[in-house]
Design a protein around this ligand. Sequence first.
Ligand code: FAD
Length: 299
Amino acid sequence: MSLSGQICPGFCGELLQNELMSRHTSLKVGGPTDLYAVPEDLEDLLLLVNWLDVNQVPRMVVGGGYNLLVREGGIRGAVISLEHLNRLEALGNGCIKAWAGAENLQVVRFGQQLGLGGIGFISGIPGTIGGAIRMNAGAYGNGLLNHADSLCLLRHGAVQDVDHSQIEYGYRRLDLQQGDIILAAILQLEPTDPACTEEEIRKDLELRRTKHSVGYPSAGSFFKNPPGQAAWRLIDAAGMRGQTVGGAQMAELHSNFLINRGNATATNCLELAEKVKQAVLATTGIQLEEEVRIVGEEP
Ligand SMILES: Cc1cc2nc3c(=O)[nH]c(=O)nc-3n(C[C@H](O)[C@H](O)[C@H](O)COP(=O)(O)OP(=O)(O)OC[C@H]3O[C@@H](n4cnc5c(N)ncnc54)[C@H](O)[C@@H]3O)c2cc1C
């Protein structure tokens, strides 16, 4: 797809054409997107989305790119980063409004300053609130959407608040309508001694440093845990720990982390993931499902 002529007149943010997505994903693979846009603020985002929709340019939003695998053919249309929409607001009654581009640890720290907590489990999860809400990111059996009072969405061109009771979600899943953009989350926190939050943050970061550091680019756990099972155990049982395809490897240190040993391509990663799925199915009868979002075109 070629975007010719003036792109979105009046847009103030950054616009990059043919930007490699390997620069915006933690796995460090992926081809170019036709357009990579970073709006300055909400008004700028609304202008851009309207222009893209009127011109029938497909679009997707990216957070920190920590849960994303982009194929080598890249992404047709626009990828929008909300990194400048990162405000944090205290709303009273234990609620805070975290805009999509805010980073998870920043949000935990903001609550801590207000004497609020309950979401310390996201401290070490890399990425933004938009991505964490989209994925219902979590740890230790908890998920961020359990703590969302409501979501602020850009839906069909209008900013809308959606109450928690209207949100359908589950393990690493949130049901949205096609084209929805998460603008912000209103999080309901609990009164918490800042020292307790500090300890929670410290423990989480320490655990991740010791247990999850795999030394190479990854997107975290590649497969979801099937009900009642740990994906890494199934991968081990199938003998896939340490297996490689090209530069992609199931990490020796954490067998559900698919890592880029330096020169992996998206195709290497996808071929390895497929081998793992087939081996696990053959050994255990269980079908693994990717947690990582796979987008973009074939090479
Ligand atoms: C080392 C490591 C450890 C990890 N540990 C964990 C863990 O313990 N628990 C866990 O749950 N995850 C974990 N992850 C995965 C990842 O950090 C989470 O999924 C995180 O929430 C992704 O956030 P992001 O901002 O990077 O989203 P991205 O990866 O950029 O996007 C993820 C998906 O959300 C969509 N999206 C992003 N923002 C928006 C928005 N504003 N509106 C609509 N859609 C949007 C994207 O299009 C994409 O489909 C880990 C990853 C790594 C690399």
